[in-house]
Design a binder for this molecule. Sequence first.
Ligand SMILES: CC(=O)N[C@H]1[C@@H](OP(=O)(O)OP(=O)(O)OC[C@H]2O[C@@H](n3ccc(=O)[nH]c3=O)[C@H](O)[C@@H]2O)O[C@H](CO)[C@@H](O)[C@@H]1O
Ligand SMILES: C=C(OP(=O)(O)O)C(=O)O
Length: 431
Amino acid sequence: MDRIRIRGGNELHGTIPISGAKNAALPLMIASLLTDDTLTLENVPHLADVEQLIRILGNHGADISVNGRRERQQGDSYARTIHFTSRNIVDTTAPYELVSKMRASFWVLGPLLAREGKARVSLPGGCAIGTRPVDLFIEGLTALGAEIEIDGGYINATAPAGGLVGARYVFPKVSVGATHVLMMAATLAKGTTVIGNAAREPEVVDLANCLNAMGAKITGAGSSTITIEGVTSLSGARHRVLPDRIETGTYAMAVAMAGGDVVLENTDVALLDTALEAIRRAGAEITPTNNGLRVYRNGGGIKPVDVVTDPYPGFPTDLQAQFMGLMTRSSGVSHITETIFENRFMHVQELARLGAKISLSGQTAKIEGVPRLKGAPVMATDLRASVSLVIAGLVAEGDTMVSRVYHLDRGFERLEEKLTRCGAEVERVSE
Ligand SMILES: CC(=O)N[C@H]1[C@@H](OP(=O)(O)OP(=O)(O)OC[C@H]2O[C@@H](n3ccc(=O)[nH]c3=O)[C@H](O)[C@@H]2O)O[C@H](CO)[C@@H](O)[C@@H]1O
Ligand SMILES: C=C(OP(=O)(O)O)C(=O)O
């Protein structure tokens, strides 16, 4: 199993190209099941989760082809263009062996049900950051007329004889995945669907834009109320996956931690206002550029900053672990409260191995900044936790060896290459 070794102590200087967003690419790929035409996605990141979803879509009958190498454009160096064509859905079952590896694969439920009138999808797996139930998906699809039962670890869903029917449904709690699924399902329902208390994440907007390019009639994405007028069929389209705001925030925090001056290319400050503001308050300077941002921290130390995670536009839970990594070296005491997932603190004990002083009380972590961290063997416990250890490792004295980096490979494309090019000593050790 691969591990990543980081030798701490170097500042970061250079340019890092930001990839397409994993959390946009996955629902966009799934949306291709809604049409028998070809959906072409540009800027698809090369990640384990994308490869896994390719296998899942293939199992439903999708033909998938990847463009060969092209001339590199600035900021585009790793992006891929992938074509998805689901002429016929040959299988409406998404089996446990495929779905248990990744939460988002469960979302095929929406398109399969809308297009084929039935779906049998295994209950999902994914990062162990909380219980992550699926009640909101069931309630939302039931509101559109679906009959749903859980049997042997699978959701069996059936649409009424004439197909799903538009309805008004207000989520009792904000859910990104359930918003994606209900929005996709409603595109092919009869009549109008109004989703209340919808997730406002940029990835929801990206999916709505792509669905509209395919012929859907969606308004209001990005606000709490999304209206979808059902259409009888969707066509193909060409769509560019939006930049990864979590990757952007992660590297901005890495620079804030290590010091230095780095341009993050092919991204957009508007995607992560709240997180960038927290990084600024911690002492880094951030300025927008033509196609991204410049982040630098010279001389001054890291200041303690309190954050509370919240649905968009709040501070993202997917940057909570990284921010905690940064706060381990602050000059005072900071508090980080996690409100989205009840078990997203597994990085605390691993950061402690490096010398961090963190105590937990309910959903709040108290971080007492320390003047030095020292390298140690640590274990990645989930995707974002693993990269928080890399951030800490960048300033830890000596070697930090991160094991179980398959978590990292789910969501960070060529992390070691991107950091090494900026002067960090990060290498993958394969055994
Ligand atoms: C692939 C992807 O895009 N993953 C992101 C997505 O996950 P995901 O879509 O799974 O997260 P949700 O927004 O659904 O989860 C938010 C909260 O709602 C709860 N919930 C969700 C569904 C449900 O039926 N019942 C229920 O109670 C969850 O347990 C959690 O406490 O949004 C999360 C919150 O921004 C991010 O951390 C994940 O990176
Ligand atoms: C939690 C994440 O992913 P997933 O929802 O696929 O587990 C994440 O991207 O941080």
